[in-house]
Write a protein that binds this ligand. Structure first.
Ligand SMILES: Cc1ncc(COP(=O)(O)O)c(C=O)c1O
Length: 416
């Protein structure tokens, strides 16, 4: 609210006013107030006053190492990427003010779709305004009433929301459980449409799906397969195409969903596919049609970044090195981790409870290290996690500083 604008007195709620629709949030309000009452810094409203590089920012006046962004390949400050954005802003203006199917398709939107087709070696690419909308749009449009969606129970919220919007029957199975997935598939009535939805890397624990077996079983049972590669694009696989590439199942997957908000370093979402009828999606997919397209500067940065990621093998190798060093170092310090071995750029440190998790988060930030504090319902099995996500631009020295800070904070809070 701006200063100097007087606000009218608000009447107090009275009996008989009816149910307060906000009462459903009382538990979350109580959790947050309980946490803040203990005097800890609020983990959910951190402000980055200055961003210095993909791995450093000034937070609360402190120079801070960033270990909780999705900037896996460190593209946000790449000079070519930044220059492409500036040029598009100058040449095409600040926004399109329209839907892709009306006035919102500029040359840049076609260029980034070409880059995606080349990156994945697929026939079709369709860009959405976010990855959330890509899942919402593709899932709800292809799987409707009477169809069945078999999905991992730990799927991202955008996958669940896409399922709800389309009104298909949802059949979840236990996380990464191949047998459970097969059992569910075999129970689906004869003749019904079937879609299996998997993620390459699951973002909470940083573990990878057994895609080779799962995709084979899905196909043997007549299902189409969609894989969300949000957390593996650019990094996993020889060409950075994700876990589908690493598992050798590129040709068997019907749809790959991805985002520009992680390795690509900007914002936007997409789906790539070899389905011969895929282009019809541009006319029937409501979260694509009924929203404005991405600004020209955003698609220009995405296009340049994706083309550079095609040649990112050195960065990929360094990121794997970082992931192995951090995982081994945290394990040696005595922290409990989400995976036995490093499987991706995400390393989850399991906290005993939210109270100690928040205490540890605060000790880290006060020592100049930012990680994500993740808690239910976003986390599996009611876990509180300190989620560390590494960047290809973290230097060896920074990884060693990160381990020092974890050791100091862990001892201070009494977790190690
Ligand atoms: C697995 C997965 N899918 C989709 C998304 C949505 O991506 P976006 O940030 O582009 O909306 C996310 C974001 O965190 C994600 O983790």
């Amino acid at each position: 609210m701006s200063e100097g604008v007087s606000q009218p007195d608000r009447p107090e709620p009275r009996e008989g006013d009816g149910k307060d629709l906000f009462s459903k949030f009382d538990d979350v309000i109580a959790m947050r107030e309980g946490l803040l009452a203990r005097g800890v810094e609020d983990p959910f409203s951190l402000v980055m006053e200055q961003v210095l590089s993909p791995t450093r920012a000034v937070c609360n006046g402190r120079d801070t190492i960033l270990l909780g962004t999705y900037n896996y390949m460190g593209m946000t400050f790449d000079p070519d990427v930044v220059e492409a954005g500036k040029q598009a802003l100058a040449d095409f203006g600040s926004g399109t003010t329209g839907s892709r199917v009306l006035n919102g398709t500029y040359q840049g939107h076609k260029d980034v779709e070409d880059a995606l087709r080349e990156f994945y070696g697929m026939d079709h690419a369709m860009v959405f305004s976010t990855g959330y909308q890509a899942n919402l749009g593709i899932i709800s449009t292809i799987a409707g009433k009477g169809d069945y969606i078999v999905l991992d129970i730990d799927s991202h919220a955008s996958i669940y929301d896409g399922c709800k919007l389309g009104d298909a029957e949802i059949v979840p199975f236990r996380h990464n459980d191949i047998e459970a997935m097969e059992k569910r598939l075999k129970r689906i009535p004869e003749g019904a449409g079937k879609l299996v939805i998997l993620e390459g890397v699951y973002s909470m624990l940083g573990d990878v799906a057994p895609l080779k077996e799962m995709v084979r079983i899905a196909k043997e049972n007549g299902a189409m397969v969609l894989v969300d590669e949000a957390h593996s694009m650019g990094f996993i696989g020889d060409n950075g195409r994700g876990v589908v590439e690493d598992a050798g199942v590129m040709d068997d997957v019907d749809f790959i969903i991805g985002t520009f908000s992680k390795s690509v370093g900007t914002v936007g979402g997409f789906c790539v596919s070899n389905h011969p009828k895929f282009e019809i999606m541009r006319l029937v997919c409501r979260p694509y049609v009924f929203t404005a397209s991405l600004p020209p500067s955003v698609v220009a940065t995405a296009c340049t970044s994706i083309r550079k990621l095609m040649h990112g093998s050195n960065k990929r190798a360094h990121l794997w090195e970082n992931s192995r060093t951090l995982h081994a170092g945290l394990k040696k310090l005595g922290f409990t981790l989400g995976t036995e071995e490093p499987q991706s750029a995400i390393i989850a440190v399991i906290m005993p409870d939210l109270e100690q998790g928040a205490g540890m988060w605060e000790a880290l930030i006060k020592n100049g290290l930012y990680v994500n504090l993740a808690r239910p319902p976003a986390t599996p099995a009611n876990m509180t996690l300190l989620r560390c996500s590494l960047c290809a631009e973290h230097s060896e020295e920074e990884v060693s500083q990160i381990l020092d800070i974890f050791e100091r904070a862990g001892k201070l809070v009494g977790i190690i």
